[in-house]
Ligand binder design. Structure first.
Ligand code: HCA
Ligand code: CU
Length: 426
């Protein structure tokens, strides 16, 4: 299968079900782990999205993971006729026992990792470079001999705190035995400049081996580092849905594809169902019992407007404050939140177009002055819409007119607000 697959210019190696399950958010929201059902749904969504490489925990991690693999393999097999084959990869330490269990379980490949950084060597496995090389080579030689069909990747954990000579020493030894080399920024220390340099150095030394990158977001640089790595020639990228992962997580899949698209790298996003980006984020958020994070670029947040000036302009023409084609990524609606910062435009729109009050612009401005004066009282007991309706009725003695004959709303050149927006604005 692997030998016959022609990798695309950018291959997402999704690790939502491995790295993603290490997110503290699962604890914050009292969920702790993804159920088998959750995992099946997420895997199916990723396969439909166009992801061909999925990283899972190795079976040695625990009985739950081992059992779930059987269910996940079934999902993959069921979807293969329609969506093509998806490679399920086990994330494993370079330990013969761990590796044997993953191979016996029926994984298509192994994402092997071994810490080479001074920190890993001193405080993690306590092995010197010679031992790392000896053990990794022995394991890989056996694997290559016994299971030539497996996809093999080798990563030096904490690669960006590993001196380049040390990385080269180990990678030189394993390179002839693997399908690709990984470069994980385990603790999120890397900067784009360092990333570009390292990728170039590895590309020059191993011109025939694809590189795989994995960036943690401790400095908030995961996305820009990933973009830099891809542009410097990394072909495989580890991502998760919503960017979830250990600590602040890694690169979000949809954030990456969205940015590549916005920058015009269409060949790199080819093969991914971009329109399913927002729905897949909502699915992941739902599984975590949270909302799509506000910092996720492919979010409804990025089509939500609260300040009066913004709202007025967006009602006139959305491009004033929406620069990106988020609708191509499945964010089909926008929200204009009626609230303490809203101006007369939205008050007018809300009362007239949504609630049918016969209110002219001058009255809308007067109502807005009252609404703003009382804005500090807005609370869960009397939310903004309720306050505004009360003012219109009680202080301005307005009553809604019978619904007008259907016609395009006056303020909106294109029909700018979706049904959901109307709900939110009410
Ligand atoms: C970890 C391991 C890892 C592995 C990445 C990889 C990292 O959880 O410590 O295998 O490429 O960030 O180094 O996620
Ligand atoms: Cu990681």
């Amino acid at each position: 299968m692997w030998q016959r697959y022609r990798p695309r210019p950018l291959e997402i190696v999704d690790t939502t079900l491995r790295e993603g399950q290490q997110t503290p958010l699962l604890h914050d929201h009292g969920k702790y782990f993804l159920t088998t059902e959750d995992k099946r749904d997420l895997l199916a969504a990723l396969i439909r999205y166009g992801v061909k490489f999925i990283e899972l925990f190795a079976p040695v991690v625990g009985p739950r993971e081992a059992e779930d693999f059987v269910a996940l393999r079934q999902v993959r097999d069921e979807l293969a006729p329609q969506y093509g084959y998806t490679f399920l990869l086990a994330h494993v330490r370079c330990h013969p026992r761990d590796v044997e269990a993953a191979v016996a379980a029926g994984f298509n490949g192994l994402n092997l990792y071994f810490g080479i950084s001074p920190q890993s060597r001193a405080f993690n496995h306590r092995k010197d470079t010679e031992t790392i090389i000896y053990q990794s080579r022995a394991l890989l030689e056996d694997l290559r001999r016994e299971h030539p069909h497996l996809v093999l990747r080798f990563s030096g954990e904490d690669a960006f705190r590993t001196p380049l000579e040390d990385l080269f020493q180990v990678y030189d030894a394993v390179a002839p035995l693997v399908d690709r080399l990984g470069l994980p920024d385990t603790v999120g220390t890397a900067t784009p400049t360092q990333v570009a340099k390292r990728i170039q150095a590895l590309r020059a030394r191993y011109p025939d081996l694809p590189l795989e990158v994995h960036f943690h977001d401790d400095r908030g640089l995961a996305l820009v580092n990933t973009l830099t790595a891809v542009r410097a020639g990394a072909q495989y990228v580890n991502t998760t849905l919503l960017g979830i992962g250990e600590r602040s997580g890694i690169t979000s899949m949809t954030a990456l594809l969205f940015n590549l698209f916005v920058d015009g790298d269409y060949d790199l996003v080819d093969g991914y169902r971009l329109r399913a980006s927002y729905p897949i984020n909502v699915l992941a958020a739902d599984k975590l019992r949270c909302l799509v994070p506000a910092k996720e670029p492919v979010s409804l947040t990025n089509r939500t407007h609260t300040a009066g000036v913004h709202q007025g302009a967006v009602l006139r023409h959305p491009t004033t404050y929406e620069a990106h084609p988020l609708e191509l990524f499945g964010v089909d609606e926008r929200e204009i939140l009626l609230g303490p910062l809203s101006g007369w435009n939205v008050v007018h729109y809300f009362l007239r177009e949504i609630h049918g009050f016969p209110v002219d612009e001058a009255t809308a401005r007067e109502i807005t002055v009252r609404f703003k004066a009382l804005a500090s009282r807005i609370s869960g007991d009397e939310p903004p819409a309720q306050l505004l309706l009360r003012l219109a009725r009680e202080e301005f003695h307005l009553t809604p007119a019978p619904p007008p004959p259907p016609q395009a709303p006056r303020l909106l050149p294109p029909p700018a607000l979706g049904p959901r927006v109307q709900e939110r604005i009410q």
